[in-house]
Structure formats: structure tokens, C-alpha cells
Write a protein that binds this ligand. Structure first.
Ligand SMILES: [Fe+2]
Length: 180
């Protein structure tokens, strides 16, 4: 008697670890781990380049959250019994290069620059929301319940930051930029 197809309960963690789906999950974790670490380096520059105190504060508090996002990813790697390894994320590299260009192409102490910084930050947030949203679903599917919970915490913070930035742009910065 041979049984080739493992039952759901037979999908042991060892088999799961070797599955292509699990490898995809790990690749994506390494990608966002690199992205978050780069962001920790880039956010202080965006904070310093911004003029509005509210924007500067928003970026500052997101920097603190981002440091925690790095810690959480390290926790996820530990939970999976994997080494925390960063894999270069071309998308984040590009988004951060765009952010630098926006700062270079706008004058300091202007709301136009702040409006540009918000656009750059929101592009980053949307990339992260897409990444974490997918990671949470993959973790759930593979029954990595604790990993899913930890990743969902970060997902919520990215969404909140995105909303905060939208509010800031719509309530004052874009209007002031229009007057310049
Ligand atoms: Fe993040």
C-alpha cells in the first residue's frame, strides 16, 4: 500500500519548510526585511528635509515604528527557525531613489517639497501594505498563526501611516503648496 499524497495533518512542518510555497514566503520576508532596514536609514533624511512640523513628527513616529517592524521581522524569522537574512528589494531601492530626487528637485522650506515627500512616503507605504497583506495571507494559509499575528500588527501600522499622510496632505499641505 502506497500513499503518495500526504493528508493535511501529515503536512508536517518539515514538509512545509521544503514546499515551494514556503520558499516563496521566505523570499518575500527577506525582501521586506531589506526594505524595512533601508527605510530606517532613509526616513531621517526625509524627516530633516520636511518643513511642516506635523509632517516631520509623522515621519519621526513612523521611523520608531519602522525600527519595530525590523524587530518583528526578526521575530518571524526566529519563529520559523530561519536565519534573518535580507535580500535586496529593487522596488524599495527605486522608491527611495525617487524620494531623494524629489528632495533634490524642490526647494527647502517649501510646502511643495513637503507635498512631494508625502507622495514619496505614500508610495513606500503602499508597497509595504501590499507586501505585508500578502505575507499575512501566506502565513495564515501555512498555519503559521503567530507569524501571521505579528505581521498583521505591522500591516495595521502601515495602513494608519498611509491614512495619516493622506489627511495631512488634504487638510493643509497641498493647499499651502498651491499658494507658493
Ligand atoms: Fe514598515
Amino acid at each position: 500500500m502506497t500513499t503518495k499524497t500526504p493528508t493535511a495533518s501529515a503536512a508536517s512542518s518539515k514538509q512545509m519548510k521544503n514546499s515551494k510555497f514556503h520558499k516563496l514566503f521566505l523570499q518575500e520576508l527577506k525582501d521586506i526585511y531589506w526594505a524595512e532596514k533601508q527605510l530606517v536609514k532613509a526616513l531621517p533624511k526625509m524627516k530633516d528635509a520636511s518643513t511642516s512640523l506635523k509632517l516631520s513628527k509623522a515621519i519621526g513616529s513612523h521611523l520608531e515604528e519602522t525600527e519595530e517592524h525590523v524587530n518583528r521581522l526578526e521575530k518571524v524569522f526566529r519563529l520559523l527557525d530561519e536565519r534573518a537574512q535580507a535580500k535586496k528589494c529593487e522596488a524599495m531601492e527605486g522608491l527611495l531613489a525617487e524620494a531623494t530626487t524629489i528632495v533634490e528637485d524642490t526647494k527647502s522650506d517649501t510646502m511643495v517639497r513637503d507635498a512631494g515627500i508625502i507622495i514619496a512616503c505614500q508610495k513606500v507605504e503602499h508597497y509595504e501594505i501590499a507586501s505585508y497583506g500578502s505575507l499575512v495571507e501566506l502565513a495564515k494559509k501555512m498555519e503559521h498563526t503567530e507569524c501571521a499575528r505579528v505581521l498583521a500588527q505591522t500591516l495595521e501600522e502601515e495602513k494608519k501611516t498611509d491614512k495619516k499622510l493622506t489627511k495631512l496632505a488634504e487638510s493643509e499641505i497641498n493647499e499651502k503648496a498651491l499658494q507658493e
